[in-house]
Design a protein around this ligand. Structure first.
Ligand code: HEC
Ligand code: HEC
Length: 494
């Protein structure tokens, strides 16, 4: 009896010792799992963004999980590899606006998923920047079309930096040390995990975009938005098409509610366009931030076009003064020659005008095919993104002209620098000009596209390069000089 009790006591002791060891191992394992989760996957809501506009500029669209670059690597890259940027000044060399006191330029979000990650968002391409005077300070307009931002240069920069031998843990950590003291665990994580995995991911990203090197450069303010989707998520294989397109404004989407969207009208549903834009930027089904996108949609629906810097009330000697009488005459010209396609109530406004009738460069519309539309509508059906409205079209949308003073260069491919040039016959439009300079041209309406300063900051746009053609849209080209001047005066105030 005694023996038995002792036996039980002893074996119980053994048992409980074993249990304790097991428990300790379990706790350690759980602890390690927790730390790994906490340091690598824990998702933290962004704080400090107050208005929908701030969300648009700095909010996450859910692409950090798949595309985010660890903040500290992103932060030191321009210092380590300035030679891969198009000019001096760090990321500002990409033409991105940087507001005082912010950790990133407009168009980039920082979201913590385990560790802070940086990714670009809609404002990367949909933020306009302009100046009225050469030495004046720039004004930002969200959600305007970005005339200065060179997204291709960004893609090239991060890929080239990653391929460089100096992109290694020692070099990157010592560069980080100069600006921030990483806690020891973060340091280990950067050294053994983040630097090697980011290097690999960015090299792969560069390879995925390799096809762009065989096609004409986008230059600032333009991208080839749908070929990456065709070649990537729709798995259609690369082809010879060129889809280079200007960034459009996203203000007042309510007024475009019944319009075909995108330059060629390839989708007719605003919500689908927003979600597919986010997918194009790296949002995945798991990461799609419904609340953020909904907030964004609501805001884009209502946010008005910016007030024009042109006005009847400007000083008599200001180049921004609009002549009221002339503008009234211009409205009559507009009503007769343009309103059908461009006025809010125009019969053909917002519809796709066949490229045969319009005559502008075909490349962008030929890039998108019936097969691509079919695949996108079927895309990941099991997840039900709900895409139903992608279509194949053969023309370009007759867009509303609100805020047209800020939308140069003009046409879907940005091939005509100013409104005055658009009213000239194609052979008289500039064959070569410079885009990406943010100074407004109040006389011709658009951005200054010639001269030393434009050449120095701008991208040389040659209309003879495939996809860059400036032909077509002959409307208004046969008007008298007087009528053209009047029409221009009217367009300034839209
Ligand atoms: C890398 C640049 C880039 C980013 C980032 C980007 N867009 Fe765009 N967006 C474009 C370009 C270029 C077009 C015109 C494409 C075309 O039709 O060829 C466009 C078109 C659109 C349109 C159609 C507008 C119209 O009037 O037809 C909407 C809406 C839109 N984008 C919303 C978004 C939203 C929302 C986001 C973020 C989730 C976003 N975009 C991110 C470049 C971008
Ligand atoms: C038959 C329809 C039609 C008529 C008439 C018409 N346009 Fe257009 N307009 C279009 C289409 C379609 C586009 C887009 C073409 C493209 O990008 O290739 C366009 C583009 C434009 C753009 C460039 C918009 C941008 O954001 O880059 C301006 C400016 C413009 N038109 C002004 C005018 C003026 C001024 C008139 C009258 C003299 C006029 N249009 C007459 C159909 C028309």
């Amino acid at each position: 009896m005694f023996k038995k009790a002792t036996y039980w006591a002893i074996s119980g002791l053994k048992h409980s010792k074993l249990m304790r060891v097991a428990l300790a191992v379990l706790i350690l394992a759980l602890g390690a799992t927790f730390v790994a989760w906490y340091k690598l996957f824990r998702e933290v809501e962004q704080v400090g963004l107050k208005t929908p506009e701030e969300w648009f500029k700095y909010g996450s669209i859910g692409s950090e999980a798949s595309q985010g670059i660890p903040y500290w690597i992103w932060r030191v890259m321009p210092k380590m590899f300035p030679e891969y940027l198009p000019g001096p000044g760090g990321y500002a060399a990409l033409g991105v606006p940087w507001e005082r006191g912010r950790e990133t330029p407009v168009g980039f979000s920082i979201k913590t998923i385990g560790f802070p990650r940086v990714a670009f968002n809609c404002a990367f391409c949909h933020t306009a920047r302009y100046r009225l005077e050469p030495d004046g300070s720039p004004t930002l307009v969200v959600p305007g079309p970005a005339p200065t931002i060179n997204t291709q240069a960004y893609a090239r920069f991060i890929a080239a930096a990653a391929r460089d031998a100096r992109f290694n843990p020692d070099a990157i950590l010592s560069e980080i040390d100069r600006v921030y003291e990483l806690p020891w665990l973060d340091r280990l994580i950067y050294r053994y995990l983040l630097v090697p995995s980011t290097k690999k991911a960015l090299i792969k990203y560069g390879q995925q975009f390799g096809w762009t090197e065989e096609k004409p450069d986008w230059g600032p303010g333009r991208i080839d938005p749908f070929n990456p989707i065709k070649f990537g998520i729709l798995q259609m294989g690369t082809d010879g098409t060129i889809g280079n397109a200007d960034m459009p404004p996203l203000w007042n989407m309510k007024a475009r509610a019944k319009h075909a969207l995108h330059w060629d009208g390839l989708n007719t549903d605003f919500h689908e366009v927003v979600v597919s834009s986010a997918i194009g930027d790296g949002t995945t089904y798991k990461s799609v931030p419904e609340d953020n996108l909904e907030r964004l949609e609501k805001w884009l629906w209502e946010v008005p076009a910016p007030a024009s810097p042109f006005g009847f009330d400007k000083a008599a000697d200001s180049p921004y003064r609009v002549d009221a009488k002339r503008a009234a005459a211009g409205k009559a010209v507009f009503d007769q020659h343009c309103a059908d396609c461009h006025a809010a109530e125009g019969k053909r406004t917002g519809s796709v005008i066949p490229v045969g009738e319009l005559g502008t460069d075909r490349h962008r519309v030929d890039m998108w095919t019936a097969e691509a539309a079919k695949r996108y509508n079927a895309y990941q059906k099991e997840y039900d993104w709900g895409m139903r409205h992608f279509q194949d079209v053969d023309g370009y949308v007759s867009v509303l002209l609100d805020g047209i003073w800020l939308r140069g260069p003009y046409l879907h491919n940005g091939s005509v620098p100013t409104l005055r040039d658009l009213l000239k016959r194609p052979e008289e439009r500039p064959a070569v000009f410079y885009r990406g300079y943010d100074l407004l041209d109040p006389v011709n309406v658009g951005f200054v596209a010639q001269g030393a300063a434009a050449e120095q900051t701008g991208f040389r746009y040659d209309t003879r390069v495939p996809g860059n053609g400036n032909q077509g849209h002959l409307y208004g080209t046969e008007l008298t000089e007087e009528q053209k001047q009047a029409l221009l005066e009217y367009l300034k105030s839209l």
